[in-house]
Design a protein around this ligand. Structure first.
Ligand code: NDP
Ligand code: 2IT
Length: 467
């Protein structure tokens, strides 16, 4: 079989293809990914996790090898980077960098959130945009993968400063997005306030009211359940994994990290399904409430985080029986189920061993790539239920997709209808994971999600020819 980029043996090797069998070799492939994307370690990590599962699959499918699909898939359609100048409350001119990674548009408009956090780099957004391709494909909805954001830090900024930043950011971004081109939403540091400022500026610049951003307010084009969807969806996914082994969440002890959008609604749904929630966390440490974080306490966390924008340790002022452990993560607390819902690489090999040792039987990733590769390996060896982010947290973008649908139809479905659709999408993602990830007496959800997300995108790329 001939492969167009294999004219010379040297090229063949650097391509990661084993020249005798025309099969892709993982380590040669990764060597090239690292050389072509220097310093973008999170992107390397995300690609490796996918490549490990996809390569054995496509090595048996010459059509993908021949079309060099994997190498095309890891190269973004385009990466936009731009200056964002804005004035702070003292009148000083500040400069940040804005980005949008339009990673893959094969199956629909680019879709994915915006992250505002000082740690944001092009590599971070390439990792997130890459994950988003597979996640969006798993939802069954027609959405391509994208991600964007800025190294702007919203912490400690006034509403007026956040507004000026968002308006300046959108003044450049608006020419690159559109309801049928690219539809951003929220992520870390971008919630209802930021989406509203950005949508207001887009509407003003483009002079049109369209579904160009999702996560909008309910009175101006937002969908019911979008706010809750990532957290609810993650718990629905956990419920499916448990049901598959004849169990449920009732009475299970759960440890949750984060206290933002995803964590809050994960806790809300866990409580509704009878679980006992012992922890939440933020950048300063974790909260351990041995009596359980109930609805009333959760409402207080929401007030602290969403309205007062205050650190989580303020919880102790109202509930002094709880503990706050500074600069630590909650994985040492004994539990049946863990829901990492804060950020990437927040649960490492050591944490994973501790969880398994303490009897944890399920880990469901509300965040994107919260578990390090070593951690994933520990869970795999222990054969516990492990739901990777691209499957488990896909409920958020799924309801974003349905917000786009409602905007196109110019109507708004009621909350029960959207929640039903969310549950059915999470069930379908679980089914896809089973289809590709079922092993002897165990389900490899990482494999199932990666291959399940890959096939539709790869087949669309094949159909388009060489693009
Ligand atoms: P938020 O900004 O609402 O909340 C983030 C939470 O994580 C906060 O509690 C924050 O602490 C904590 N956190 C952030 N960075 C760190 C860090 N470096 N170390 C420790 N804690 C940290 O974001 P979301 O809840 O929206 O996002 C959480 C995760 O879920 C991210 O991985 C995101 O990509 C993913 N996700 C989000 C979706 C969505 O719909 N929003 C959809 C799918 C995935 P603090 O309060 O101190 O800032
Ligand atoms: O990581 C994610 O899936 C999100 N931040 C949500 C993206 C979206 O477009 O709703």
């Amino acid at each position: 079989m001939s492969v167009n980029t294999l004219a010379k043996p040297e090229v063949q090797r650097s391509n990661g293809l084993d020249k005798t069998h025309n099969k892709i070799d993982l380590s040669a492939f990764m060597k090239k990914v690292i050389a072509r994307n220097p310093g973008q370690t999170e992107f390397h990590q995300a690609v490796r996790e996918v490549a490990e599962k996809i390569i054995p699959y496509i090595n048996e499918k010459p059509k993908y090898i021949k079309a060099n699909i994997l190498e095309r898939l890891i190269e973004p359609d385009r990466v936009l980077s731009f200056r964002v100048s804005w004035q702070d409350d003292q009148g000083n001119v500040q400069v940040n960098r804005g980005y949008r990674v339009q990673f893959n548009g094969a199956i629909g408009p680019y879709k994915g959130g915006l992250r505002f956090d000082p740690t944001v780099t092009e590599g971070t957004l390439k990792f997130l945009g890459f994950e988003q391709i597979f996640k969006n494909s798993l939802t069954t909805l027609p959405m391509g993968g994208g991600k964007g954001g800025s190294d702007f830090n919203p912490k400690g900024k006034s509403d007026a400063e956040v507004m000026r930043f968002c308006q300046s950011f959108m003044t450049e971004l608006y020419r690159h997005i559109g309801k049928d081109t690219d539809v951003p939403a929220g992520d870390i540091g971008v919630g209802a306030r930021e989406v509203s400022y950005m949508f207001g500026q887009y509407r003003r610049l483009a002079n049109e009211f369209t579904g160009v951003l999702t996560g909008k307010g309910l009175g101006f084009g937002g969908s019911f359940i979008r706010k809750e969807a990532t957290g609810f969806g993650s718990v629905y996914f956990a419920k499916e994994m448990l049901a598959h082994t004849g169990q449920d969440l009732n009475g299970k002890k759960a440890v949750v990290s984060g206290s933002g959008n995803v964590a809050q609604h994960t806790v809300e749904k866990l409580l509704q399904l009878g679980a006992v929630v012992l922890t939440m966390s933020d950048r300063s440490g974790y909260l351990y409430d041995p009596e359980g974080i109930d609805e009333e306490k959760l409402a207080h966390v929401m007030e602290l985080k969403n309205e007062l924008r205050a650190p989580l340790n303020n919880y102790l002022k109202r509930y002094p029986n709880a503990e706050f452990v500074e600069n630590a993560r909650p994985w040492g607390v004994k539990c049946d189920a863990a829901f990492p819902s804060a950020t990437q690489n927040e649960l490492d090999g050591e944490d994973a061993r501790q969880l398994v040792k303490n009897g944890c039987k399920l880990v469901c990733e509300g965040a994107n790539m919260p578990t390090t590769p070593e951690g994933v390996e520990v869970f795999g060896q222990a054969k516990i239920l492990f739901g990777p982010g691209k499957a488990a947290n896909a409920g958020g973008v799924a309801i974003s997709g349905l917000e786009m649908t409602q905007n196109s139809m110019r109507l708004q479905w009621d909350p029960e209808e959207v929640d039903q659709k969310l549950q059915s999408i999470m069930r379908s993602i679980h089914k896809t994971c089973l289809m590709y990830g079922q092993e002897d007496g165990w389900v490899d959800y990482v494999k199932g999600a990666n291959i399940g997300g890959f096939v539709k995108v790869a087949d669309a790329m094949l159909a388009y020819g060489v693009i």
